[in-house]
Design a protein around this ligand. Structure first.
Ligand code: FAD
Length: 478
């Protein structure tokens, strides 16, 4: 048995199984498992409120799985790691790689310093099926379009690594730790017990992630994924995104569980796998274009005439008070649960940037604060996609109509009635356009527009024309 003492630095891999850094460290000797809340290096990209709540509960679960041995710290990781080495006599530090630009810069520096000090520093791939430097085009440049990225860059490359089982035993070195509450991850600022209500929606932690995956695969969710994934009231999406973001389950575990149960070419399974591919694509974009969170990939959007003074409209959007029921339902789902269905993310995103002409940065920032799956890669890439400024983006002139989108994808109005209960008794015919309902219908449903539910903050066709005009202005300039 080797006498190695390894610090295993947990980050976005809050699990025991299929954790390459943990498995190798456990084979070499004893471990010191550590989580460092490093807001200092994150700077303006530090985690939002909902993410912190998730992290709090996930760390609790991870600590339980490590028999109470998880060491918690707060501050600049490049100082904390050397201090821990001094305290514990560790001779190695292992971690699974992260891909946000600030983390890459920090981790590189830490690795160099450790190596200079004679400490083994080793990083692993624990979060992606294909790392960004392995999915390049033949000419060595990154793909900017999803389909060739996925088909040629990913599916034609080596198959993803098969998941590892959890180490059969772990032996720990003891050292002192902050208490979980001392990380101060739970909120003080918003009214009421919002975080308590939000976490009731989820089973946070590794066991919860696997239970979710099993339920999705075994209870029919995946069987109608291709069509059903567009319907926010249906259970045809996995809701695995926060578990994947925090690494409570690895994409490899999800990938192999899906193809272990079904033929990978069957249309629903293939579509589900391709959505995991979109996650990989977002990471590839972030890695190769590290300014993705603020810089338009298409430069012509730098001159787009955003109407950024409209803070009233922004607030109405954030609070789910736009007067468009499908938009309001989505924004309220987000605030209450930390999640929003993908179809609705697209509708509310389009509404913000096209109907309200508000910069995608503002939408990205609100999602960053409110989502439990807030992810530097997927959130920024998706907002650029919605705004039309991304590399492989929805064309700007394709403007979602929030009325017909609601009618098409929430036909029976179950999703809207759940999140906008004041419209519960409005018949389906008028549910997405309550302003067209006759007085007796509104009276029966106890709805007074402008009082119990807002009138639309902007008329759809007027907004559409305004957006197209704004787009024409940058097209002409380009
Ligand atoms: P499923 O349909 O079950 O898909 C399985 C997994 O594939 C997801 O868990 C996710 O990891 C991945 N995935 C699915 N769709 C996408 C996509 N379009 N892009 C990247 N990965 C995808 N996803 C995040 O994980 N974090 C974010 O911060 C985020 N922000 C978004 C912002 C906007 C404006 C939009 C339009 C989309 C955003 N997405 C984000 C992508 C997508 O909406 C979510 O991944 C998805 O809704 C998660 O639900 P699910 O787990 O049920 O997905």
């Amino acid at each position: 048995m080797s006498t190695s003492k390894t610090i295993v630095w947990f980050r976005q891999d809050l699990r025991i199984s299929d954790n390459p850094a943990l498995s190798e460290a456990a084979e070499n000797g004893s471990i010191i498992p550590v989580y460092i809340l490093d807001d200092e290096n994150a700077g303006e990209r530090k985690m939002g409120a909902a993410s912190r709540v998730w992290l709090h509960h996930s760390l609790q679960k991870l600590n339980d799985a490590l028999d109470g041995n998880l060491v918690l710290a707060k501050g600049d990781a490049s100082q904390i790691i050397p201090e821990l080495i001094k305290k514990t006599g560790a001779n190695a530090v292992y971690w699974n790689r992260c891909y946000e630009p600030w983390r890459i810069d920090r981790d590189k520096k830490i690795k160099e310093q450790l190596e200079a000090d004679g400490i083994e520093a080793k990083s692993f791939n624990g979060s992606l099926l294909w790392e960004p430097w392995n999915t390049l085009k033949d000419d060595g440049t990154p793909y900017k379009v999803f389909t060739p990225f996925y088909k040629k860059g990913c599916l034609n490359a080596e198959a993803p690594r098969e998941p590892l089982s959890a180490p059969s035993s772990l032996s720990f070195e003891k050292t002192d730790s902050l208490k979980l509450d001392e990380l101060d991850l739970l909120p003080h600022d918003r009214e009421g017990n919002w975080d308590g209500e939000m976490v009731k929606e989820w089973t946070i932690g590794e066991d919860g992630a696997h239970a979710r995956l099993k339920e999705f695969l075994n209870d029919g969710g995946i069987d109608d994924y291709k069509e059903g994934r567009n319907m926010p009231a249906q259970t045809n999406v996995s809701r695995l995104s926060p578990h994947l973001h925090w690494g409570e389950v690895s994409p490899n575990q999800v990938w192999y569980a899906a193809i272990g149960k079904n033929d990978p070419h069957e249309k629903n399974t293939a579509h589900f796998l391709s959505e995991l591919g979109w996650r990989e694509f977002s990471y590839s974009l972030l890695y190769h274009f590290p300014d993705l969170h603020w810089k338009n990939m298409q430069e012509k959007f730098d001159d787009f005439p955003w109407s950024d003074e409209d803070s009233e409209a922004l607030e109405a959007w954030q609070n789910g008070q736009t007067g468009y029921p499908i938009v309001d339902a989505g924004m309220r789902e987000l605030y209450a649960t930390g999640y929003m269905h993908n179809r609705v993310r697209m509708i509310v995103g389009s509404f913000l940037v096209k109907h309200l002409l508000i910069h995608w940065h503002k939408g990205e920032a609100w999602f960053w604060n409110c989502l439990v799956d807030a992810d530097a890669a997927s959130n920024t890439a998706s907002w650029q996609w919605i705004a039309g400024s991304g590399a492989d983006a929805a064309p700007y002139f394709r403007i979602f109509n929030p009325i017909t989108q609601g009618e098409k994808f929430d036909k029976e109005g179950e999703y809207i009635r759940k999140w906008v209960p004041e419209l519960y008794d409005i018949p389906n015919k008028y549910l997405n356009r309550p302003w067209e309902a006759p007085d007796n219908v509104l009276e029966y449903a106890k709805v007074t527009l402008g009082e119990t539910y807002p009138k639309p903050i902007i008329e759809h066709f007027e907004a559409r024309d305004r957006a197209l005009e704004a787009f024409q202005s940058i097209k002409k300039a380009a």
